[in-house]
Design a protein around this ligand. Structure first.
Ligand SMILES: Nc1ncnc2c1ncn2[C@@H]1O[C@H](COP(=O)(O)OP(=O)(O)OP(=O)(O)O)[C@@H](O)[C@H]1O
Ligand SMILES: [Mg+2]
Length: 334
């Protein structure tokens, strides 16, 4: 799993995604792999636990580890501003106000933030991410994550529809100009900036999808707790990813009570936990299960996070070898 270039951490709220994504990123960096940690959590929890002031561009955290934090709403605003700029260049001036009104309506519609975030995500894959041996994504809770990852298909279908409509429009325009005997110098469809932007975006989404479904490059890891919270929801989410062809590499079972606890209270807690561990085995046993012991203290700060990551992956013999690493190219996959 840790030999893949792109690692995603998903799971329900508060299960330890940020902790384990950060711990894993720091451990990979400690193995001399240039690692980028990407968070999309608007609550800035990655900044908090790394004790760094992260923003939309990668900044160095420790040797070989960089991190960035994307704010979904800010990404959406930026995206809308960019679309408006492009429209202003290609739409007749008298239409600009109406088109901008339409765009503002689109900004407020459900899914707009996820779409903008996905747009940014595809750029992280092809720009910032290319500079690194590993990119670790601390993704938002399950529902949104799924939506994000199934978006390439939806977006590609949507953009294909738009391209078709735009083609018809330009074809009709050309026909009309022929009939009307208009002067030469009108843009042919190949020079149409709107069409070009749409086609560029569709191609980028398809490339992102190609990367996401490639089990040589990508691993999705779910985090669960051995607690009452519905384990089947995680099973359903993992199955949904499988269905989309996105490789689920395994399940981190976080906050398992340590072995060396003793006393009646500990025994009762452990008995209860054993029930949930059994349920996890039953519902999620088709994937590798990796246990993470509960720590006495919240793991915060780069030292204790790195130490946590090291202990997890070392226990399963999964730490990458320091000297025999090759990095995989996003575009060629080779
Ligand atoms: N193995 C562990 N031992 C002790 N505490 C832990 C462990 N893993 C996580 N925690 C603590 O549990 C809390 C939740 O962890 P974290 O913030 O990583 O979860 P999350 O899934 O990212 O949450 P959110 O869905 O809000 O983003 C934090 O206080 C964290 O320090
Ligand atoms: Mg988090």
């Amino acid at each position: 799993m840790l030999s893949r270039r792109l690692l995603f951490f998903g799971g329900k709220g508060g299960v330890g995604k940020t902790t384990l994504a950060s711990a894993t990123a720091l451990t990979l960096a400690d193995r001399r792999l240039r690692t980028l940690l990407v968070s999309t959590d608007p609550a800035h929890s990655t900044s908090d636990i790394l004790r760094a002031d992260l923003g939309p561009e990668p900044i160095p955290v420790v040797a070989d580890c960089w991190a960035m934090e994307l704010d979904p709403e800010r990404e959406a605003d930026r995206y809308i501003a960019d679309v408006k700029d492009r429209i202003a260049e290609s739409v007749a001036p008298r239409l600009v106000a109406e088109v901008e009104r339409q765009i503002d309506i689109a900004r407020a519609s459900p899914g707009a933030t996820e779409a903008a975030l996905f747009e940014r995500f595809t750029r992280v894959l092809e720009q910032e991410g290319r500079e690194f041996d590993r990119v670790v994504f601390d993704t938002a809770p399950t529902g949104q994550t799924l939506q994000l990852l199934s978006l390439p298909e939806q977006m590609s279908a949507w953009v294909t529809g738009l391209i078709g409509r735009r083609r018809k429009l330009t074809a009709a325009g050309r026909m009309w100009r022929n009939v009307a005997g208009a002067a030469a110098g009108e843009a042919a469809s190949d020079d149409d900036p709107v069409l070009q932007a749409l086609e560029e975006r569709r191609a980028r989404f398809l490339r992102a999808r190609g990367v996401l479904v490639d089990a040589e490059q990508t691993a999705f890891v779910f985090v669960v707790l051995p607690e009452r919270l519905p384990i089947w929801e995680t099973a359903r989410a993992a199955q949904a990813l499988d269905k989309h062809g996105i490789p689920v590499a395994g399940i981190l079972v976080n906050q398992v009570l340590p072995d060396d606890l003793s006393g009646d209270f500990a025994d009762r807690r452990k008995a209860r936990e054993a029930k949930y561990l059994g349920k996890i085995q039953q519902d999620l046993g088709e994937w590798p299960l990796w246990r993470v012991p509960m720590r006495e203290e919240d793991p915060v700060g780069t030292d204790s996070l790195r130490e946590l990551g090291y202990s997890i992956w070392d226990a399963y013999g999964m730490l990458p070898n320091k000297t025999h690493e090759v990095s995989i190219d996003v575009k060629t996959g080779g």
